[in-house]
Design a protein around this ligand. Sequence first.
Ligand code: HEM
Length: 132
Amino acid sequence: MQISSDSRTLYERIGGEAPLRRLVQSFYRHMDELRETQTIRWMHADNLQSAENKLFMFLSGWMGGPSLYIEQFGHPRLRMRHMPFSIGESERDQWMLCMKHALDDVIEDQNLRDELYASLYGVADFMRNQPE
Ligand code: HEM
């Protein structure tokens, strides 16, 4: 295993605001278009703009950049906010499939892609509120 010696934040390594915006745009475009992810697509509003903006704001702070989500909405309490939706392994995997495609689209550095995938998998798994 290679231990990263890069002391920059994930936000800096991804290239800041513009690439992060492209990442979340690509993420929701895939959610909209992939046949396999329609279960989670239907949990969302018809218009994905608000979800896209909130994910962008959340990830900005989560990656060590500006804490945009907290400034506007307070503590994310993400797990609690996802309780209205039934999230099991299949929904987690659908979310991660969209993220895998988005990371492949936007991030050239494979180490960074792998690191982000692994960390986000942990968050997505934590969001599960169904046994399977
Ligand atoms: C594991 C599968 C997941 C599913 C099925 C899911 C689904 C959803 C849905 C349906 C919404 C409401 C969107 C709307 O208002 O139309 C939402 C909101 C949100 N999700 Fe997820 N989500 C998942 C994982 C994640 C993960 C891993 C993150 C962060 C890395 C995340 C971050 C957010 C944020 C920031 C919001 C906005 C919360 C708010 O209302 O302020 N979600 N999610």
